[in-house]
Design a protein around this ligand. Structure first.
Ligand code: ADP
Ligand code: MG
Length: 443
């Protein structure tokens, strides 16, 4: 069927302008009627965000106006051929799309996730949520100790929905990001955009939701975000380091919402799983590790998979410094208690920094923000970035699951101080020296 006449289209828009002036947006003039067939007038918009707005806010107005002008019983449908992207002009870099990638780690896919007794259920639920979003487990709440694979599973869901096309619009964020954007939106009077941004997604994935406990006003807002998405059967996936009921100062109504879908835990991996993970990671990074070394490393490190990976990288770095092979002897040296010849661990950095500033590790990992705590925390992050090969996300993971932007901010802050403040420069140099002593002492 053919498109409607230009004059008719103009009349439709004019009528909407006259009857529903509040709905009109500047970009309405770029809308194009495509065709009228089977009682449906198809209208093309410039992007998905416009489509959402038209669908959610303007459909009755368009239908009424079209029927009035054409004198036919028709409905309207909105579409776009632009790529899925609801990144908005507010500058929230949140949407996963072709143009606006959120920091998804390419390695964090289901294929690279080793399934074992400790994570079987969480893995199966994550796969199910990705394949049938909003249908089976909603919300899906995954909890477990740090370094056991929560972030990996959450990102795997995002990768999978993207590949399967099950969720055109996906938001993967940390709890901190949500809370910070909320505050920002309140301050800038941009709540409408904020709500639009968070409530028009097919999949909302929030990592480390336990931090919501400390954010009273964000809780209120999140409650409504949650309800809107849940009612629309949009998939929600959350992770935390504890059960919903154990999140300190989380409102009861949120606890009960979080419990209303599937709550599943990731437990520490067994020996077999640990070995399989080392095998997988070494293959991914093209590091050749003999079986006896794999077994040795898996015996030595049993609680945190991130540490398992750290050990592998250390082995690799040390082997590069010699003849490139990884032997049992090298492994023993690499894992020798507390320190090793050529790499510094985050734990060592934390030890040295907490001693230097007289603070406790627990404080560094807490949400506390006074300068006496935040400065040492930022110093740790700065040194970790400088002296270890951990990624921003990994460093954030060591400090209470903070997101990469926090780590980036911390390293920049300290860098600036080092450049401008002699006292800070001196104290960083002292810290580096203590770490070097430890390192050489062990080598
Ligand atoms: P969490 O978010 O629970 O602190 P992460 O998801 O960041 O933990 O996992 C830490 C590291 O361990 C990541 O590099 C991740 O790929 C790896 N990891 C965790 N569990 C597994 C698993 N079952 N198979 C493969 N890698 C895993
Ligand atoms: Mg994590």
């Amino acid at each position: 069927m053919s498109a409607i006449a230009v004059a008719e289209w103009k009349s439709i828009l004019d009528r909407i302008r006259a009857v529903h002036p509040a709905l009109i947006r500047g970009w309405f003039s770029s809308l194009k009627p495509i065709d009228l067939a089977g009682g449906v007038l198809r209208i093309r918009a410039g992007n998905l965000k416009q489509v959402r707005y038209l669908e959610d806010e303007c459909k009755p107005a368009f239908v009424e106006s079209t029927q009035h002008v054409l004198e036919q019983l028709v409905t309207t449908a909105f579409e776009t051929d632009a790529p899925n992207d609801i990144a908005d002009d507010e500058g929230y870099p949140l949407s996963i799309s072709e143009n606006n990638q959120l920091q998804l780690n390419d390695d964090y896919v289901f294929d690279n996730f080793v399934v074992g007794a400790g994570n079987r259920m969480a893995h199966a639920a994550a796969v199910a949520a990705a394949e049938n979003p909003g249908q089976v487990y909603n919300p899906l709440f995954i909890h477990g100790d740090v370094g056991l694979g929560k972030t990996h599973l959450l990102q795997a869901i995002c990768h999978a929905t993207r590949r399967l096309g099950t969720c055109p619009t996906t938001l993967y964020i940390s709890c901190e990001t949500f809370a910070n954007h909320f505050i920002e939106a309140v301050e800038r009077g941009a709540m409408n955009q904020f709500r639009f941004h968070y409530r028009h997604v097919d999949l909302l994935v929030i990592d480390d939701i336990q931090f919501l406990g400390a954010r009273e006003r964000s809780q209120e807002e999140f409650f409504h975000t949650f309800n809107t998405l849940h009612q629309a059967q949009k998939q929600i996936v959350l992770s935390a380091d504890c059960l919903p009921s154990e999140i300190p100062t989380l409102e009861n109504r949120l606890v009960s919402r979080f419990k209303s879908g599937l709550v599943t835990s990731i437990d520490a991996p067994c020996m077999e799983t640990r070995m399989a993970i080392i095998r997988k990671k070494s293959r991914l990074r093209c590091i050749e590790v003999p079986e006896d070394v794999i077994e040795y490393v898996a015996t030595q490190i049993h609680t945190n998979i991130r540490d398992l990976e750290g050990a592998l990288l250390r082995l690799d770095a040390m082997s590069q410094a010699t003849d490139g092979t990884i032997s049992m002897d090298l492994a023993r040296r690499a894992l020798a208690d507390g320190s090793e010849a050529s790499a510094i661990s985050i734990q060592q950095i934390i030890d040295v920094v907490t001693r230097h500033f007289g603070v406790r590790v627990k404080d560094l990992q807490s949400k506390k923000r006074p300068k006496s705590i935040s400065h040492p925390r930022q110093v740790c992050m700065y040194l970790a970035r400088e002296l270890t090969s951990h990624s921003l996300e990994e460093v954030g993971g060591y400090f209470g699951g903070r997101d990469h932007s926090t780590v980036l901010h911390a390293t920049r802050t300290i860098k600036k101080m080092v450049d401008t403040d002699t006292k800070v420069r001196q104290s960083i140099e002292n810290l580096r020296a203590s770490l070097r002593v430890q390192q050489n002492g062990a080598g």
